[in-house]
Write a protein that binds this ligand. Structure first.
Ligand SMILES: NC(=O)c1ccc[n+]([C@@H]2O[C@H](COP(=O)([O-])OP(=O)(O)OC[C@H]3O[C@@H](n4cnc5c(N)ncnc54)[C@H](OP(=O)(O)O)[C@@H]3O)[C@@H](O)[C@H]2O)c1
Length: 342
């Protein structure tokens, strides 16, 4: 069973050596020494150490946080205990985040930083990014963030069809140069990643995609990522809540979705948590690191407080079952899904 949805169906190790499985592996059963070590590792829930890129399971999302607010929000988040900040060249707030990182006393190696190179977008005037441009973009991000190395560097989207492979080669080069620790992609579907596979070069370590109960990972994509050890990282996990991106033009929801009822409220009430907490935990229990964004202190705190409850397998299924067939990604314009671009 290689699908990322495996937790819904599995109650114990299936014996296939699934990379992120939280259950005691079948092969250690009967070996007291290994079982003791397993018990000591407290591997009950997904943790940083369960993915090969060591990414924390909760990170601060920063899209739509203006540069002049990014410093104080990042400081608040880190002081609250966030260990991961997700930003991007195109968010134009790396500078503010960098100022926060510089002013804090938390050691650099305790904060994980993801940023993304913007490859361009169709229907825009500027040409798509090139190999040299990608190297320069990374150097600029390092400068803004005031760090020597980025923990995870991603190609933001697959839109630069002609340049896709060249951009991926630039990512590999940046890793060689020690400017980034891990490299990955975002909004890539199987056919985009197969181009890299066909070139026989290093594969991405992660793929950041829109994942929430209305937009679950398709089986072929989940299987491809599991097979190639590409970690799915979830963005916009709160999209189904009615106030998601309220008032922003970057909200691909049709009007009826914006004014709809809060989904899964009865389930959240059962656990004594809010729906945002329920959705974030749902994603984490499926093995996906999450990136909740908020500009509000109380919400930053709320979104980090996920350890005190565990969603039952039955409720995981109920939440996953609200998925909408053919639902397009909501974080972009709403009328297309970046996963579907050629
Ligand atoms: N790679 C990509 O293409 C891509 C695309 C989209 C997002 N991302 C990344 O993923 C991050 C998260 O995605 P997102 O920003 O789309 O959405 P999100 O984190 O799923 O939701 C953010 C929205 O929910 C509200 N919110 C947050 N916590 C809440 C809570 N506890 N209760 C009620 N409302 C709450 C926020 O409002 P307030 O801020 O007013 O609290 C905001 O409107 C982004 O910030 C970005 O870092 C990446």
């Amino acid at each position: 069973m290689l699908s990322s949805q495996f937790l819904i169906n599995q109650k114990q190790c299936c014996g296939n050596g699934c990379r992120m499985c939280p259950y005691e592996p079948q092969h250690i059963q009967g070996n007291q020494q290994l079982q003791k070590r397993w018990n000591q590792s407290k591997k009950k829930s997904y943790t940083t150490h369960m993915n090969k890129i060591n990414i924390p399971m909760i990170g601060l999302g920063t899209w739509l946080i203006p540069n002049d607010e990014a410093e104080s929000i990042t400081k608040d988040a880190i002081n609250l205990g966030y260990k991961h900040i997700d930003t991007a060249q195109v968010y134009q707030n790396e500078e503010g985040i960098g100022n926060a990182l510089k002013s804090l006393t938390v050691p650099r190696n305790e904060i994980y930083i993801t940023t993304k190179m913007w490859p361009g977008m169709f229907n825009q005037e500027e040409p798509f990014q090139t190999f040299d441009g990608a190297i320069k973009a990374c150097e600029q991000s390092l400068q803004f963030l005031q760090v020597d190395e980025i923990d995870l560097y991603l190609i933001h989207n697959p839109f630069a069809k002609e340049n896709r492979l060249e951009l991926w080669e630039a990512m590999i080069e940046l890793k060689k140069q020690g400017k980034v620790k891990h490299i990955g992609v975002s909004n890539y579907n199987v056919h985009h990643m197969k181009e890299i596979e066909a070139a026989g070069i290093e594969m991405p370590s992660a793929n950041q995609i829109e994942i929430h109960p209305w937009h679950v990972v398709t089986k072929p994509l989940a299987e491809y990522m599991d097979k190639n050890e590409i970690l799915p990282i979830a963005y916009s996990t709160l999209a189904p809540i009615p106030n998601w991106r309220e008032g922003s033009r970057w909200n691909g929801k049709p009007e009826e979705m914006k004014s709809g009822a809060m989904p899964c409220e009865d389930i959240a009430n059962k656990y004594g948590v809010t729906v945002p907490q329920l959705f974030l935990k749902w994603a984490i229990q499926l093995g996906y690191p999450v990136l909740p964004k908020s500009v509000k202190y109380d919400r930053l705190k709320e979104n980090l407080s996920l350890d005190h409850f565990e969603i039952s397998i039955d409720d995981m299924t109920l939440i996953s079952n609200i998925a909408i067939d053919e639902q397009k990604c909501l974080a972009w314009s709403g009328d297309f899904d970046p996963l579907e671009v050629e």
